[in-house]
Design a protein around this ligand. Structure first.
Ligand code: NAD
Length: 501
């Protein structure tokens, strides 16, 4: 069986641990590879390679760094289909969706290609007599990314292009469920001319993560994953003196006002709920039907849900693939059952969805549950599957209150034809990313991505200007060049001021 290894110091290595995890093919339910699970010693080797590479990479000129990133951008674009196929093989999402993920990741590389502009400092001339001040941002050192299974290329790309462009080195700990794409990314960086040790991949699980969080030479940690783990990572990394941003889970609501175009809203909500089998942190998992058009909305959503073409991600006619593991499927099926037992109405039931020829695959069909209330587990839990709940409320104020009472605050959307209602909504919701007639409002790379409340622990969002701020620290230089020929001012023992008016 194929073994997926680490990438440390510019080459593949199996490292020193004999622990392994199975990598499944979600569409067939078969084992397809094993991945090494790194030890403390493997982490130490990766951090040592990154520490040593930092000395020269942090001194490389902006032009040198930019050229590597441009070449990397071209290589990723040339290998977009290869990356998409690797994603589909291990994650299960359909190839066209996987290609979209790579494309959105590529946007971040393109943003990072502008690093010379992004790192321009600030200069103040003559802040006091003969004194100038310059503010610059310098890299941190060894930075770490710990990433989830659901976007094995895009989520790491929220981090490493910006970190590396800023002059840091990077150790990526991808999800053990779909580890292969990160190895191709490492190879593409090598071919782009990135010096050995600047980008490293350590495969593994909790043991590896703990070793990274405890390593004294790690300066900063970016994490994306479920809320329970994000909270722990934030606490532990902070306690160990590291800068940390930890993005967590989500429960995203789409509010449909009575004045919305129902056909438009139902189509977009269906896509946002069932695309990628609902395994997106920006997936819509609750439709909030406002007022008297709920029945019409439910009918339209049910019609859409029953027409989604479910099949293996490699089949170009499939619109939705399997979920990632057998355990994920079982958990989703149990949660659907819990909604039914709690009194919700199962309008479309995907629990027994069979895909001919793929009976062992981890498929769950699109599921629509109506009359869900906020006390039910199916509403409270992040299901992370193709399950859409419909909650009914009387007015927009009740919809906003419902969203704000939810512990998560990643994304949300409103469907309406009223600008005033949309404005009321965007100002009232306690959520980091808001869509107006846009169901999956993932910010483009030159803005930053991040949620509020239990969807993000830490101060900074990822990529965009917040990413550059996260991966750099400020240095402010105040300088004076005394003129030997000029008369000297007497030295004062008072606190220096900029002179009196
Ligand atoms: P996960 O939390 O299980 O795993 C994320 C990472 O943490 C993986 O690399 C995993 O190996 C590691 N990990 C798992 N358990 C750990 C532990 N006990 N200690 C230390 N490390 C551990 O998440 P997942 O199932 O891979 O991904 C799905 C989750 O990620 C969902 O909750 C989803 O909402 C979230 N997500 C959030 C965003 C966002 O931007 N907020 C984006 C994508 C995914």
């Amino acid at each position: 069986m194929r073994t997926i290894t680490h990438w440390i110091g510019g080459r593949e290595t199996a490292g020193d641990s004999d622990r392994r995890a199975t990598v499944w093919n979600p569409a067939t339910g078969q084992r397809q590879a094993q991945v090494v699970l790194g030890s403390k010693a493997d982490v130490a080797a990766a951090v040592a390679a990154a520490t040593s590479a930092f000395e020269s990479w942090s001194q490389a000129s902006l032009s040198a760094r930019t050229r590597v990133l441009f070449r990397f951008r071209e290589l990723v674009a040339a290998h977009l289909d290869d990356l998409a196929e690797l994603i589909t093989a291990e994650h299960g999402k359909v190839v066209s969706d996987a290609a979209g993920e790579v494309q959105r990741g590529l946007e971040v590389v393109e943003y990072a290609c502008g690093i010379a502009e992004l790192l321009k400092g600030e200069y103040s001339s003559e802040v006091s007599t003969g004194i100038d001040v310059v503010s610059v941002r310098e890299p941190l050192g060894v930075t770490v990314g710990i990433t989830p299974f659901n976007f094995p290329v895009m989520v790491p790309m929220w981090m490493h292009p910006v970190a590396i462009a800023c002059g840091n080195t990077f150790v990526l700990k991808p999800s053990e469920r779909d580890p292969s794409p990160s190895m191709l990314i490492a190879e593409l960086y090598r071919r782009a001319g990135l010096p050995d040790g600047v980008f490293n991949v350590v495969q593994g699980d909790r043991e590896c993560v703990d070793a990274l969080l405890e390593h004294p030479d790690v300066a900063a940690v970016s994490f994306v994953g479920s809320t329970a783990i994000a909270r722990q990572i934030h606490l532990k990394a902070s306690a160990n003196g590291k800068r940390v941003q930890a993005l967590g889970g989500a429960k995203n609501h789409a509010v449909v006002l009575p004045d919305a175009d129902l056909d438009f809203a139902s189509g977009h909500i269906s896509s946002a709920a069932f695309g990628s089998a609902g395994e997106r942190c920006m997936a819509i998992s609750a439709a909030v039907a406002v007022g008297d058009r709920a029945d019409g909305l439910v009918e339209a959503l049910a019609d859409r849900a029953t027409r989604v073409r479910v099949g293996p991600g490699t089949d170009p006619t499939s619109e939705m693939g399997p979920v990632v593991t057998r355990q994920a499927k079982e958990r989703i099926v149990d949660l659907i059952g819990s909604g039914e037992s709690a009194g919700a109405r199962l309008r479309v039931d995907g629990r027994n969805h069979l895909v001919p020829g793929h009976e062992e695959g981890f498929f769950v069909g699109p599921t629509l549950i109506d009359h869900v209330d906020t006390g039910m587990a199916v509403y409270r839990e992040e299901i992370f599957g193709p399950v859409l709940s419909v909650v009914r409320v009387d007015d927009i104020e009740a919809a906003i209150a419902l969203i704000n009472a939810n512990p998560y605050g990643n994304g949300t959307a409103i469907f309406t034809s009223s600008g005033a209602a949309a404005r009321r909504f965007r100002r009232g919701v306690q959520v980091g990313m808001v869509g107006v007639n846009v169901p999956v409002p993932v910010p483009v790379a030159y803005h930053s991505f991040g949620g509020w409340k239990d969807s993000l622990f830490g101060d900074r969002h990822v990529h965009g200007p917040e990413g550059v701020a996260f991966y750099t620290r400020a240095k402010v230089v105040t300088s004076r060049w005394p003129d030997r020929a000029a008369p000297r001012e007497s030295v004062s023992y008072d606190f220096p001021t900029g002179g009196t008016a």
